[in-house]
Design a protein around this ligand. Structure first.
Ligand SMILES: NC(=O)c1ccc[n+]([C@@H]2O[C@H](COP(=O)([O-])OP(=O)(O)OC[C@H]3O[C@@H](n4cnc5c(N)ncnc54)[C@H](O)[C@@H]3O)[C@@H](O)[C@H]2O)c1
Ligand SMILES: [Zn+2]
Ligand SMILES: [Zn+2]
Length: 361
């Protein structure tokens, strides 16, 4: 019997989201239905609502979630009903050219459910990042469910499903931050502050936080930033260089997704340093840089999808560190809300009042 649940729908470009009835089919081969317990509000949900990702409205939003497996389809062996899981949006295929070369975090053929969830009138829904977890239940590919220790509360665990993992991984996996590095992070929302936390975990000795909002910079201090710069009053490139002996940082992480902040990241990095772009640009954006500077400054310009994480490797390990008190994931949960408050949460995010609003079901 299909499930009839409530979910948060983005019906059209720029339109306020609404809570509507969603029909979730029984899981087919390779699929699982998950009872969602918590789902964070990520900037990427707002990007979807604004039409910045694709035009495939209506969307079922929400993709930073934890919950319990309700039912699995034929052939599913990796999870079973009752398992406590974090949902991931890159279920690796195991057979594409990246997977076969032993680099599954780059998988080019990640899995999602094949059946569609629909509105009550049968209109098919596009689930955000193949998840759609601002809903009481959702349908995913079984590989999108990663089992973790159930002692971690859902509001915290779910955050590893997107923004916090993206930020931690941008520093640790993509940027390769290690002991003694200097790191600068531009944009200190949920993703940027997670990059700061990840840099601290990896042993960076200097962590410089840049934002346009002093509230975000206060939080950055709590996650391990050693210096903060408000770029509305201070030139961040000059300030980062001044704090690093005139050279720039070893690793600069851009967690805004705009050309002007990318340029700051590019010029705030030391020669042969690494820039990591984890912020997501919109299709209208272009970047112009002197090619000679790209060549002459050397190093690496990388982008980070999902923090180059491998959910099966990284989620359980990070949850264990959290449960041991070694990873401050609680600090990301600014407030817990209900499904009908997601639109308000977008406004709070826009005003910079929260790191993460988390829907708890
Ligand atoms: N690559 C990935 O896998 C991945 C995953 C999740 C989110 N993201 C992206 O990361 C970005 C950040 O997400 P978030 O959830 O942290 O969003 P957020 O809105 O919470 O944070 C953005 C931060 O950037 C700051 N900011 C805005 N303009 C700035 C400027 N000119 N200079 C410095 N700081 C500025 C804001 O004050 C805010 O603190 C978004 O683009 C989001 O889509 C990427
Ligand atoms: Zn693959
Ligand atoms: Zn996200």
């Amino acid at each position: 019997m299909p499930y009839e649940v409530q979910g948060v729908i983005a019906g059209g470009k720029g339109e306020a989201v609404t809570v509507q009835t969603v029909i979730v089919p029984d899981p087919g081969p390779g699929e699982a239905v998950v009872t969602v317990q918590a789902c964070g509000v990520c900037h990427t949900d707002l990007h979807y609502r604004e039409g910045g990702i694709t035009d495939e409205f209506p969307f079922l939003l929400g993709h930073e979630a934890a919950g319990v497996v309700e039912a699995v389809g034929p052939g599913v062996t990796e999870v079973a009903p009752g398992d406590y899981v974090i949902l991931n949006w890159r279920a690796v295929c195991g057979t594409c050219r990246a997977c076969l070369r032993g680099r599954p975090w780059y998988c080019f053929a990640t899995h999602n459910a094949t059946q569609k969830m629909t509105l009550a009138d049968g209109t098919p829904l596009a689930p955000a990042l193949g998840i759609g977890a601002f809903a009481e239940k959702t349908l995913v590919a079984a590989g999108q469910c990663t089992k973790v220790d159930p002692d971690a509360r859902p509001a915290v665990a779910g955050l590893l499903g997107c923004g916090v993992m993206a930020g931690l991984g941008a520093a640790i996996n993509t940027g390769g931050v290690t002991r003694g590095d200097s790191v600068a992070v531009i944009g200190c929302g949920g993703v940027g502050n997670a990059a700061i936390l990840g840099s601290a975990l990896a042993g960076a000795s200097k962590i410089i936080a840049v934002d346009v909002d002093d509230r975000k910079l206060d939080w950055a201090g709590g996650f391990g930033a050693t210096h903060v710069i408000n770029s509305t009053t201070t030139d961040p490139v000059e300030a980062i260089r001044a704090l690093t002996g005139g050279h720039g940082a070893d690793v600069v992480i851009e967690a805004v997704g705009r050309p002007e902040t990318y340029k700051q990241a590019f010029y705030a990095r030391d020669l042969a340093g690494t820039v990591v772009l984890v912020g997501v640009p919109t299709p209208d954006m272009t970047l112009e840089l002197p090619l000679l500077d790209v060549f002459g400054r050397g190093g690496a310009l990388k982008s980070s999808w999902y923090g180059d994480c491998l959910p099966s490797r990284d989620f359980p390990m990070l949850i264990d560190l959290y449960l041991q008190g070694r990873l401050n994931l609680d600090g990301f949960v600014s407030e817990t809300i209900e499904l009908h408050e997601v639109e308000d949460a977008f406004a709070k995010m826009h005003r910079g009042e929260v790191l993460r609003s988390v829907v708890v079901l």
